[in-house]
Design a protein around this ligand. Structure first.
Ligand SMILES: [Zn+2]
Ligand SMILES: [Zn+2]
Ligand SMILES: [Zn+2]
Length: 224
């Protein structure tokens, strides 16, 4: 952070995972985003690498409230990066995406009072399905159990190999032809998403998610 030529350094320390939940307004590195505005989240299209087209990975978020502005009583910056090394080139930021999210003190998600240590609060999961691997929107669903949700085929495959295969149980009705059907892990579009198609107009109504990096992205985020 640079302010009047002062540089503020932060250090990463381990903490109890409870304090990394959205309602504690954390700054954090790695893991899944603790979204500030809980719904709607940025679309996965907004988080595609402009070079290779793959979904970017969450790198870190910084809580940086700007209390002089009522609109930014809560403010957080979310940094995403492409894991593909070939997308990284010197002095270029096109393998990064930075989103700013801000909320007024009175908002639909959080109490206007500071969070109490011991209590629970809302998370983005209450409002939409999230990818169990990366915490972005999970608009794709395991066709077998209908419960695990993913952002992409890549994350569904990765989860299948490392964890989901052992716990996935078929939820499909058994039919004469369906018995013994071993076709696992195909996606279908999440029904919720099918009934509510994402339109460009949705983005303008998004609460405070703004793209601070690329000007070339096909979305209505402002980039300043
Ligand atoms: Zn890339
Ligand atoms: Zn994912
Ligand atoms: Zn499953």
């Amino acid at each position: 952070m640079v302010d009047n030529n002062n540089v503020e350094l932060g250090f990463v320390e381990k903490t109890d995972s409870h304090f990394l939940c959205s309602f504690h307004f954390p700054s954090k590195v790695g893991g899944k985003p603790a979204w500030l505005s809980l719904s709607p989240l940025p679309s996965n299209k907004d988080l595609e690498c402009s070079k290779c087209g793959k979904i970017l990975s969450f790198l870190m978020q910084v809580y940086s409230p700007f209390e002089e502005s009522p609109k930014a009583f809560h403010r957080a910056l979310f940094v995403f990066v492409c894991r593909n090394v070939v997308c990284c080139s010197k002095n270029k930021n096109d393998n990064f995406c930075v989103l700013r999210s801000q909320l007024p003190r009175d908002n639909e998600f959080y109490s206007p009072e500071p969070p109490k240590e011991e209590t629970d609060g809302p998370s983005a999961k209450l409002f939409q399905d999230l990818c169990v691997v990366c915490g972005l929107r999970g608009s794709k669903r395991c066709a077998r159990c209908q419960s695990a949700t993913y952002c992409s085929k890549e994350h569904q495959e990765a989860d299948w190999k490392t964890a989901h295969k052992a716990v996935c149980k078929s939820n499909l009705p058994t039919t004469a032809t369906g018995k013994g059907n071993k076709t696992l892990g195909f996606f279908r579009r999440n029904l919720k998403d099918c009934t509510k198609p994402v339109k460009a107009a949705t983005y303008t109504a998004m609460k405070g998610f703004e793209n601070l990096t690329s000007t070339s992205k096909q979305c209505n985020y402002s980039n300043h």
